[in-house]
Ligand binder design. Structure first.
Ligand SMILES: Cc1cc2nc3c(=O)[nH]c(=O)nc-3n(C[C@H](O)[C@H](O)[C@H](O)COP(=O)(O)OP(=O)(O)OC[C@H]3O[C@@H](n4cnc5c(N)ncnc54)[C@H](O)[C@@H]3O)c2cc1C
Length: 384
């Protein structure tokens, strides 16, 4: 076992959560190491397609976004956390643009360039900021580039954290974090990394399901690491299933973005008949859990393998301009989405639960934080 150099903050995970924090801390002269289990781009962030919701439209409002979120959360959301997140939406997009992320734009009536906003399920307004249908790739590559340039950030790829190291706080029942044991899988060597602060940004756990939209890295490592170290985890029963994953034997969990439904894509049965209206008046634009359950219901009731998502009645130019990645990928599997419906099934997509934190991302262990998809923010922030 060997030791590695000390840093102030060890961030486990190189997705949107880990890299955003790294860049913000590094700008304050804090020395940061960012670890990823495989390559830097192997988290879910890189694969996100549809985009990020924020209030930009003049007719939209923070209150409306909060209302839609609470509604989609079926009364189970913490309203304080919803307000905090929604209120920071616009400034987060502005920050991403400052880091070089280029989002899709359009011209308004006066000829000014403005962000193009997509519509997605559960949203009563257009509020999805996106980079065509490959938003995560644009975000991921820009943040990695900025992090590579920063003198206070060390990027350690293929460094798989296998255990957190804690020690008791003298005179208290609580523990504090002091570092982590890490397998450098290229060198086949276990290293001990110490740091004053450790941040879990390890993403979700959806890859533990047979059908998942997630990459190989999404096996819930951070949640397990924190649990073994003595943290509480919460809401793990809330796994979000995305309604529309491409159903094809050779397509490795390829997602068909919700924006396809936002642009008018219709869900149909093998005989061509629509069915969503029978489940919810919002039909294809109902929240994800409702649409995924409706599809699952139809598949099981009828003994069919999949249902179909049809956008082919829209102009070919619109489809190819808005969904270039989906168009190209489906074509590789012999499906021309401008001519025929896409076979789809629901699959595990997002881990709503995770390591229990307060709104400052603090966990039950002193100086151990959890952010992004691996966190479940629910505690009152008023504790010391
Ligand atoms: C196909 C797809 C499409 C999506 N589309 C959207 C969308 O349109 N809009 C939206 O808002 N969300 C979308 N999501 C969800 C969103 O992308 C994720 O919730 C978000 O990117 C998670 O970011 P993160 O930084 O928390 O984790 P991730 O981006 O998953 O990063 C996790 C990081 O942790 C590292 N890691 C994990 N375990 C270890 C370990 N043991 N040791 C070291 N490192 C480790 C990984 O290597 C990786 O670097 C989508 C997700 C998928 C899969």
């Amino acid at each position: 076992m060997s030791s590695s150099k000390n840093v102030d903050v060890l961030i486990i995970g190189s997705g949107g959560a880990g890299l955003s924090l790294a860049l913000k801390l590094a700008d304050h002269s804090i020395r940061v190491a960012v670890l990823s289990k495989f390559a830097l781009t192997d988290g879910s962030t890189y694969y996100a397609q549809g985009g990020i919701s924020a209030v930009f439209d003049a007719d939209d409002s923070i209150e409306s976004h909060i209302e839609d979120t609470l509604d989609a959360g079926a009364g189970l959301c913490n309203p304080e956390i919803v307000r905090l997140t929604v209120t920071h939406g616009k400034s987060s997009i502005d920050w991403l643009r400052q880091q070089g992320v280029v989002f899709t734009e359009e011209k308004n009536e006066s000829g000014e360039k403005i962000l193009h906003l997509n519509r997605e399920g559960g949203h009563s307004h257009r509020r999805i900021v996106h980079t065509a249908d490959a938003t995560g790739k644009a975000v991921s590559l820009s943040l990695i580039e900025r992090a590579r340039e920063h003198e206070n950030i060390e990027l350690l790829e293929h460094h798989n954290v296998i255990e957190l190291i804690t020690r008791p706080i003298p005179g208290q029942a609580a523990k504090q974090i002091v570092g982590a044991y890490v397998l450098d899988s290229k060198q086949q060597q276990v290293k001990t990394l110490s740091a004053r602060v450790v941040v879990l940004a390890t993403g979700g756990a959806s890859k533990v399901y047979l059908y998942s939209t997630n990459p190989q890295s999404a096996t819930g490592d951070g949640i397990a690491l924190a649990w073994r170290a003595g943290c509480r985890v919460s809401n793990m029963e809330f796994m979000q299933f995305h309604p529309t994953c491409l159903y094809h034997p050779n397509a490795q969990s390829f997602l068909i973005s919700e924006a396809v439904r936002g642009e008018g894509g219709k869900l149909i049965l093998p005989d061509g008949s629509p069915f969503m209206q029978r489940f919810d008046p919002r039909a294809e634009l109902a929240p994800r859990d409702i649409v995924a359950r409706a599809i699952d219901h139809e598949i099981k009731k009828r003994g069919i393998d999949c249902v179909y998502l049809d956008i082919s009645y829209k102009p070919e130019s619109l489809i190819r301009e808005h969904f270039p990645t989906i168009y190209d990928t489906c074509l590789k599997f012999g499906i021309d989405i401008t001519q025929q419906p896409i076979p789809v099934v629901p699959s595990a997509h997002y881990t709503c639960g995770g390591v229990l934190t307060d709104s400052y991302a603090r966990t039950d262990i002193a100086n151990l934080y959890a952010i992004g998809e691996c966190a479940s923010t629910g505690l009152s922030s008023a504790r010391s």
